[in-house]
Structures are given as C-alpha cells and as structure tokens.
Design a protein around this ligand. Structure first.
Ligand SMILES: Nc1ncnc2c1ncn2[C@@H]1O[C@H](COP(=O)(O)OS(=O)(=O)O)[C@@H](OP(=O)(O)O)[C@H]1O
Ligand SMILES: Nc1ncnc2c1ncn2[C@@H]1O[C@H](COP(=O)(O)OP(=O)(O)O)[C@@H](O)[C@H]1O
Length: 614
C-alpha cells in the first residue's frame, strides 16, 4: 500500500454538546494514538476535577476556548494511527461559525463523520453538515449516533434516526453513508465493538475507518500547477536559472512533459522537478509541493498556471459558483465587489447575480431571495477583473475553490465552489470599453482526425448535441461539408489537403475566439498539417484538443458507409487515404478513441467530460 492509500483524512461535524471532542479523544485514547505524557496530564486534570471518567475532550485543541466560552473556535487537526492506517482528523466546531470552520477543515477530507445526539435526533444542523459535506465533495459520510447509553441502547431510537437521515441523504449527491450507534463516553463501538447493542452487527467506528476503501480522491488526470513563487538565483554565469515553486493541484507532472503556461499560452517542456529538501524527482503528483524548471525562458509570475497543452483548465472572467456565506456583519448582495482568492491568484470581482438561495432543510431553491446571510448557501454569478484558470469544483477541489474577501476589512466573508463558466449573461457592465474574450465565454477547438469511415462525423455530431444540451455554444466544421463551399476549389493532393486544413484551422480559431466550442472533423492525414492547426490556436491562446478516432483500416473498410473504399479499391478514386494515400497517426493525441471504447454517444460523453469536466 502506498503512503497515500494509507492516509485517511477525516472531517468531523456536530452540534454543540453532541460529544465530538469526546469522540475524537476516545479514538486517540483507545487506539493509543496519544502520547503517554498527554494521557497522564488529562488523567490528573480529570481526577482533580472529580470527574467520574477521564475527560477525553481534554485531548482536543479547542478545549481551552470551549471551557472559556462553551464553544470550540478553530479547526484543530489531530494525527493518529492504527496498524492499518494513518489518520488526520479535523475537528470542525459546531457553533455559530460552523460553516466557515467546516469549509476550511473539510475541503480535503475523504470521510466526514457527522455526530448525532441519540436523544435529539436529526437536527437542522445535522442536515446542514450533511449538505455541506456533499457540497464540499466529501465522498463518504459516517453518521455516528452518539450517546446511545443515554437512550438505553435502544434499537428503535437508532433506527428512527437512521431512516430520517437516509431520506434526507437521498436528495444529496452522497451515495456512501454508514451509520454507527455508539457512546463516545463509554467507548461503545468507537474502537472496540460493544456488547451493549447486540442488535447492531456492523463494525466499530475505527474498524470502519480502517477499512473504508478510498480510491484516490485526488484528480490525477489534469495537470494543474498554480505558480506560487518565482525563484531567481543570482548566478555568476548570467544564465537564466529561474524555477517555479508551488503545490501540484492536479495530475502528475513528469520531466520532459510538454506544458503550457496560462494565460500567456507559451509552451515549453519540464526540465527538472525538485521535491522538498531539493531532491531531484522524475515526477510529482498532486498534492506534492515542488519546484520546477522549464527548458525555455518564459516569463512567468505568481498566479499563472502550468498545465498540459491538450488539457487546460477553463480560463475566463465569468463564472457560476455555489457560495457559503460566513460574514455575520454584512450580507452577500448582487453588484457588490469583493476580492477573490483563487489558487495563487487574487483579483477583484463583482457578484453579478444571486440565482437562488438554498433552504437547507428542504433543499428548496428560492429564486426570489436578494441576499445571503450568515451560514446561508446560494448559487451566484461572478465576474472577475483578471481571468481565472479554473476547473469545476466537482473535477478538482483545489482549482475549483475560491474564497471571497471583503475589500475594505480584509475579512474572509465566503467560500465558493465553481460550477463552471457562466451560462447566463448579466447586465452589469464591468469593462467600460471593448468586449474582451473572457466576456464571451471560453471557446476551444476539438480536432477529430482519423480515416474515412472511422466515425469522426458520427462522434462529432454527438459531441455537438451534448454541448448544446448543456448550454455550451458548439459548432461542427466537417471536412466533407466545407468542401462544398469554402474549400470547393480543393482536391485531395497533399498540397490541397494541407490548404484544406489550414483554412479550416483558421476558421476554427475565429469561432473559438468568439466563444464557441468548435468540433473539426477532417481526415487530416499528415502530422505536420495537424501541428500547424494546433499552432494557429496556441498563437491565439485558444485551447486545442487533438482527438484521434483510431478505427483500424479493416474496420473502416468493412463499414464503408459511403461505398468509397470499394470504389477506391476498384481504382475509381485516386489518392484515397489508407488505400492509395498515407495516413500518419498522431503520436501523442490528447484523446485516443478506439472502437472498443463504446458507442459514438459514449465516446462523445467521454470527450465532453474530459474537456469541460461536466
Ligand atoms: N481521395 C480521397 N481521400 C480521402 N477522402 C476522400 C477522397 N475523395 C473523396 N473523399 C471524401 O472526402 C472526405 C475527406 O475530406 P477531408 O476534408 O476530411 O480530407 S482531408 O482532411 O483534406 O484529407 C471523406 O469523408 P469522410 O469519410 O467523412 O472522412 C471522403 O468522403
Ligand atoms: N463507435 C462508433 N463511433 C462512430 N461511428 C461508428 C461506431 N460504430 C459504428 N460506427 C459507424 O461507422 C460509420 C462512421 O462514419 P462517419 O461518422 O461518417 O465517419 P467519418 O466521418 O470518420 O468518415 C457510421 O456508419 C457509424 O454508424
């Protein structure tokens, strides 16, 4: 098992007095995850106070303030381990500022433990915590029904809570919910199974946490490296030795990988990667903190993003997001300005609209609300002054999250989870002057290459349909069709094909610049022609994705939808690709589609998900 697989990040949430601190203390105490001297000290304190039990709540960081104010203030991280796993547990407080603390403490968690007091049942706070866990993308919930000793270990009480919570969870996008009846105070079902509840046949809490299967929750597909610092050593040789430090926010970066720097669109390759302490690495995966150097001299400043040329984050100034509001002295209202902190970039922003406020109890969306108050959650439109390079939060919890800061006070007032580019316009005018690209939405080009009959047109048409259905402007440029008009003067010689592709690429870049997702479907048999099509886009800072529709010649020929292969074999069509003219397959396509990948619709779904994260 790798280091990462062994580590489980846990967030805890509960209302005041649900026994959260005691539960965490019990986990640490019974699993012997605490130090002997700490233990001796709390035993002494409890004895001095005349407690009947050793007060395990004394183990958590927040206790001092809890004792003073009756509440836990900040997120406290605790580390413990069992023979099977290491655990990091974030104790997120249950008082009035819980939204802020939960969002801060839980955003990287693999599991959220939600405490319910068996005597009180499912409260509004329980629903709120469950909803926040789902919103934060925590994939698994454990509902710890605590204080079972105070309800005589009654099965019916537990079952009623379980059933009520299950009904609520069904409305959330959390599919993995586990219930454990326990008593943190007595230790029942926390580390060891108890005899007090013979009707419960499941595992004790720790047993569940040790065995819960966590596939990597990190996005290891999309390379994202927000640059945090530029390091410029002074060297006598006068050469450029700049390197860039930051935390890998997605994907796996490897030496020699081609990369693009956003927003400039300049491309290079990775020369070297250094880990903490300066050790040279071959590769680094999220969430490693590393320093990298590139092979080309490119001016990069903090806040820029390094990605792969064929797999870039969204870039834009108009986006939609879910926001949790933290401020108790001011409400979120449309047309108000804030500072957005997103990865390593800060920019001014304006809330262009509040689409709805969510009622946490009913999950009802209230489109008539005009503001968000403390702990409220809603969907907003946001326009930033400089473009953000981002992914939808569902796809990447780092590049999809931001916080809102009050311009005047500097206080953090909200946390946001990006849904995607704005689909509806707003009437607020930010740029007094000309329309800028970011105002139009993110256009891009998908370039489908493959033999005649490979399925380019069929897949292109499905991709277009999916995009239009999900609100993205999309348009197909099909080689066959363009040859009826724009390219009617061209035949199939190597030169004519090159010109055919050049014109199509130029038109595609114009459409993409206008904010359209362009789907080009051309045989485009020569690598050099396709590379030029890419360059046209890179020069204009437009994303370009090469999709290789890799259907073998024999299968294309068997399909022969237009009867062209039969004619070509009979010598009726000269220079027919695959028969009497060459096809150079892409060496490193951004996406590779093979017949066994499924129907055209399934393939289209995959393409759309990979470029837009939807
Ligand atoms: N000689 C020859 N070679 C290849 N294809 C031929 C030829 N003659 C006509 N056709 C038809 O034209 C379509 C290919 O046009 P493209 O513009 O995609 O070709 S290219 O990119 O310029 O190579 C191609 O359409 P698809 O089957 O949709 O790929 C054919 O139907
Ligand atoms: N998985 C698939 N994806 C796309 N097309 C498929 C698939 N399986 C079979 N086909 C068939 O293959 C043919 C592909 O033709 P077409 O899309 O016109 O190819 P191209 O545009 O590459 O010349 C169509 O008849 C389509 O129904």
């Amino acid at each position: 098992m790798s280091e990462h697989a062994q580590l489980l990040r846990i967030a805890t949430a509960g209302s005041v007095d649900d026994g959260k601190s005691t539960l965490i203390g019990r986990l640490l105490y019974d699993s012997k995850g605490i130090f002997e001297d700490q233990l001796a000290s709390i035993e002494a304190t409890s004895a001095k106070r005349g407690d009947e039990y050793t007060d395990l709540a004394l183990l958590t960081d927040g206790l001092r303030s809890e004792r003073e104010q009756g509440i836990t203030i900040d997120v406290a991280y605790r580390y413990f381990s069992s023979p099977r796993r290491k655990f990091i547990i974030a104790d997120t407080p249950g008082h009035v500022q819980y939204t802020r603390n939960m969002v801060t403490g839980a955003s990287t968690a693999d599991v959220a433990i939600i405490l319910v007091d068996a005597r009180k049942g499912v409260l509004e706070q329980t629903r709120r915590h469950a909803f926040l866990s789902a919103l934060l993308g925590i994939p698994r919930l454990v509902v710890a029904v605590n204080k079972m000793d105070l309800v005589d270990y009654d099965e019916a009480t537990y079952e009623a809570i379980r059933s009520e919570f299950t009904d609520f969870a069904a409305k959330l996008e959390v599919h993995d919910v586990t219930f454990v009846p326990l008593s943190a105070l007595k230790g029942d079902n926390v580390v060891d199974r108890t005899d007090s509840m013979p009707w419960y046949t499941g595992p004790a809490l720790l047993d569940h946490l040790e065995n819960v299967h966590i596939a990597s929750d990190r996005n290891l597909t999309d390379v994202r490296f927000p640059v945090q610092y530029v390091i410029r050593p002074q060297r006598a040789d006068g050469l450029d030795h700049r390197s860039f430090a930051g935390t890998v926010a997605g994907g796996i970066m490897k030496v020699d990988d081609e990369v693009v720097v956003m927003p400039s669109g300049r491309q290079s390759t990775i020369k070297a990667i250094w880990g903490p302490g300066g050790a040279e690495l071959d590769e680094a995966a999220a969430p490693a903190a590393v320093t990298i150097a590139l092979n080309d001299e490119i001016d990069i400043v903090r806040g820029e993003m390094i990605a792969r040329p064929g797999n870039r984050p969204h870039q834009g100034t108009e986006l939609e997001a879910m926001v949790c509001w933290f401020a108790d002295d001011s409400a979120l209202t449309p047309n108000k300005r804030y500072v957005v902190k997103h990865t390593t970039r800060d920019t001014k922003a304006i809330v262009t609209g509040l689409e709805y406020r969510l009622d946490i109890n009913s999950l009802h969306r209230d489109p008539d609300s005009t503001e968000l108050g403390l702990n409220e959650i809603g969907r907003i439109g946001l326009r930033t002054q400089t473009p953000l390079m981002y992914d939808p939060y569902r796809r990447n919890r780092d590049t999809g999250a931001f916080i809102l800061v009050d311009e005047l006070t500097g206080n953090t007032v909200g946390a946001g989870m990006i849904i995607g580019p704005a689909t509806t316009g707003s009437n607020v005018v930010w740029h007094a002057g000309a329309v800028q690209r970011g105002d139009r939405g993110q256009g891009r080009t998908l370039w489908l290459t493959g033999l005649s009959g490979s399925g380019k047109s069929t897949v292109a048409s499905e991709v277009e349909r999916l995009l239009i259905e999900s609100g993205h402007p999309a348009y197909i440029l099909d080689g066959d069709n363009l040859r009826h008009g724009l390219n009617a003067d061209l035949g199939f010689s190597a030169e004519d094909r090159a010109e055919n592709i050049r014109r199509t690429a130029e038109v595609a870049a114009l459409f993409a610049d206008a904010g359209v997702v362009v789907i080009c479907s051309l045989i485009s048999p020569m690598r050099a022609d396709r590379d030029k099509a890419r360059s046209v886009h890179v020069a204009a800072d437009l994303p370009f994705t090469e999709v290789f529709v890799d259907t073998p010649l024999a299968e294309c020929e068997a399909r022969d939808p237009k009867g062209l292969y039969a004619k070509a074999r009979a010598g009726e069509i000269p220079e027919f690709t695959g028969v009497s003219a060459p096809y150079e397959p892409p060496l490193t396509p951004d996406l590779h589609i093979r017949p066994e990948d499924g129907t055209a619709e399934e393939v289209a779904q995959r393409i759309v998900s990979s470029i837009l994260g939807i």
